[in-house]
Design a protein around this ligand. Structure first.
Ligand SMILES: Nc1ncnc2c1ncn2[C@@H]1O[C@H](COP(=O)(O)OP(=O)(O)OP(=O)(O)O)[C@@H](O)[C@H]1O
Length: 302
């Protein structure tokens, strides 16, 4: 049965201090139903703290977390699927037993829990390990179990702390597929990651955090169009200085009719093309938007 109660998760003005350390300072963002939200930032930026507060395992000093416009209650928290960074499984408990136990803890009946365990362990390729202790599994497979633990109760929200770290490329594909699938169902999904290419490929929107505050928040496309672009032009007859007077353009390099230009977000690439054509033929004209990694460096160092 499809759920009809997926809703927006809203993180509003969270503040959190540990002793003298300010972990969060006015942290705000929201994730819509069916949105895959990438949460990125340097080590210690405040991602885990935010996710732990959203889950309710940590209290904020100020600010609120709401779901469907209401503050998240203890009952609603049971409807969140959470994958903690420190991986919270019992090492000496069998995989199948542990998952069934967690599912029941979240309100499923014993038969429902068994069915959910079978479904997810098969989907995640760990059904052959059901009778093993978690500690006997490889780290990547333990991580798949951890993802299964976040999913067995069919959560209304998914909050995953670095779910991709340490996974092999096939496991990355499985994880990506599952996150996309949950999004398509309508679940709001947040995950943190340092693998920015993955974030770029997967996410609808990205939030870049620095020093406990959200510094940039938009779709990857919009973020990239806001940063400076690089343009490579090959116009063999172009005289030196041909691009110097074009507004918003900085010539980074020019040699033998090949120019590398930096375009400010306000500059118009078509004006550059027209100027290049006025010098004669144009053999190459390649616009490179900054990568998410470049943007990240700019945002966190600003
Ligand atoms: N229980 C705690 N006691 C004291 N300080 C803490 C605690 N938890 C987090 N901090 C501090 O709060 C800040 C934010 O940490 P947090 O774990 O949220 O960052 P993060 O963005 O998840 O980093 P990473 O990418 O390294 O996982 C850091 O300065 C960290 O040292």
């Amino acid at each position: 049965m499809p759920h009809t109660h997926y809703a927006r998760l809203e993180i509003d003005s969270l503040t959190k201090q540990f002793g003298q350390t300010v972990a969060l300072k006015d942290m705000s963002f929201s994730v819509d139903p069916g949105e895959l939200f990438g949460f990125v930032g340097s080590n210690g930026a405040g991602k885990t703290t935010t996710m732990r507060i959203a889950l309710g395992v940590l209290a904020a000093d100020a600010g609120t977390v709401s779901f469907a416009g209401r503050p998240v209650t203890r009952d609603m928290r049971r409807r969140i699927g959470y994958m903690p960074e420190e991986r919270g499984l019992y090492p000496k408990m069998k995989v199948g037993k542990q998952l069934a136990y967690l599912a029941q803890l979240h309100g499923l009946s014993a038969p429902e829990a068994d069915r959910a365990v079978m479904r997810w362990t098969t989907r995640l390729g760990i059904d052959e390990h059901l009778r093993k202790n978690v500690s006997a599994l490889s780290l990547g497979n333990q991580q798949r179990v951890q993802l299964a633990a976040a999913l067995v109760h069919d959560p209304d929200v998914l909050i995953l702390d670095e779910p991709f770290s340490g996974l092999d490329p096939v496991a990355v594909d499985v994880m990506s597929g599952v996150l996309r699938e949950k999004c398509l169902e309508g679940v709001p999904v947040i995950f943190s990651s340092h693998q920015l290419e993955l974030v770029d490929a997967l996410c609808d929107r990205v939030g870049i955090v620095a020093h406990g505050t959200m510094r940039a928040l938009d779709s990857v496309d919009n973020l990239r169009s806001r940063g400076p672009a690089r343009l490579e032009v090959h116009a063999p007859n172009a005289p030196p200085g041909w691009a110097d007077a074009i507004p918003g353009v900085t010539v980074l390099d020019a040699d033998n009719g090949r120019s590398i230009l930096q375009l400010s977000p306000a500059a118009d690439d078509q004006t550059v093309l027209a100027a290049a054509l006025r010098t004669g033929p144009v053999h190459e004209f390649a616009l490179h938007r900054p990568s998410l990694t470049q943007l990240f460096r700019e945002v966190v160092s600003a």
